[in-house]
Design a protein around this ligand. Structure first.
Ligand code: BMA
Length: 325
């Protein structure tokens, strides 16, 4: 398949940018609010103070005029820790009718859950509106109501599901809500089995962007190869995360118009292949449609850095429709 993505060379955000405790900065939500006003909410993993246990996570906030160089706020934006909740992570932001909503995953004593919060205009977490039942994560909201309802993509993780215990074949689903609080009418959107370059789980990447041809959605797709051994800081890690892309029907986003046959991006550069916390992992959490119809994807490399790459909208749409080989 034609490579339509152009990587910005090097990383655009790393732990060295952060003025507070930071070991890994990755899985960043980015939105553009004006011509020269990008905002990023990034996942920041750090050591439990006084230890070398990499068990703490908060979300940080940064701003940029060009989407490449970032000015980080002095203090973290948000850390969710209660006696039941260990952390909130992997943010995605969607602006709907001028209001920002933050989706995030939660590790709790009950499992993995998906949360949605409303943000104030100055990026404070106003209110947590909903937290899903376990196990579910990778939530991403559509940027407008569809047929009068809010709609989100999500990725349940049914380990005792149709594939039997502990087989990680997880699919992309969607559900809808009248008020952002009550969610239902769940439907499967894309099945892991229908993605040729994944033999494992897939999950929504970034909030969908609206195009005249349909909703454009990037997703992560995992292929597992048991012969892979040590990878990054982990003793054994056999998965590779690539980035896929699909186009969904504007009126009924449970209908797929097309899925690109091969990954849009695979780990390729040195900082994506080695040296990260978890090598071989690309994880997209944001796409921006620039004024000149360039699609900019923000993705993480190795669960350690934020990177970005661009493509022409027409090229990505053509890949989804099978019109570009
Ligand atoms: C997923 C999540 C992400 C992470 C990704 C790649 O399962 O845990 O937070 O970025 O794996 O390691």
């Amino acid at each position: 398949m034609k490579n339509v993505m152009k990587r910005h060379e090097g990383v655009v955000f790393s732990p060295g940018n952060v003025p507070y405790d930071s070991v890994l900065t990755f899985n960043a939500a980015v939105i553009k609010r004006g011509k020269e006003d990008y905002a990023m909410v990034f996942r920041n993993d750090f050591f439990e103070p006084g230890t070398k246990d990499l068990t703490r996570t908060n979300l940080g906030l940064a701003f940029s005029k060009n989407g490449l160089q970032w000015k980080v706020e002095k203090e973290p934006l948000f850390e969710l820790r209660t006696d039941k909740i260990h952390r909130a992570y992997d943010p995605r932001i969607t602006v709907i009718d001028g209001t920002m909503y933050l989706c995030f995953a939660i590790d709790s004593v009950y499992g993995v859950q998906g949360g949605i919060a409303r943000l104030s205009d100055d990026f404070q977490v106003d209110e947590i509106l909903t937290i899903s039942t376990p196990d579910n994560r990778n939530m991403a909201l559509f940027p407008e109501k569809i047929n009068g309802k809010y709609v989100r993509l999500e990725r349940p993780m049914p380990v005792y599901g149709r594939y039997g215990a502990f087989d990680e074949k997880f699919d992309i689903w969607m559900s809808e809500s009248p008020d952002m609080v009550h969610w239902g009418n769940a439907k499967v959107v894309l099945e892991a089995d229908d993605v040729e370059f994944s033999n494992c789980k897939i999950g929504p990447g970034a909030p969908p962007i609206k195009t005249k041809d349909g909703w454009l959605v990037v997703f992560h797709a995992v292929d597992n190869d048991p012969s892979r051994g040590k990878n990054g800081w982990e003793e054994k890690w056999t998965k590779r995360y690539t980035i896929g892309v699909m186009l969904l029907d504007l009126e009924d986003p449970s209908k797929i118009i097309g899925v690109a046959k091969e990954p849009l991006m695979i780990p390729e550069t040195e900082d994506e292949l080695t040296g990260g916390f978890r090598n071989n992992a690309l994880f997209p959490c944001a796409t921006i449609l620039e004024e000149d119809d360039t699609v900019r994807i923000y993705y993480s490399a190795g669960d350690m850095y934020v990177k970005t790459a661009t493509a022409k909208l027409d090229d990505i749409v053509a890949l989804c429709k099978g019109e570009l080989a």
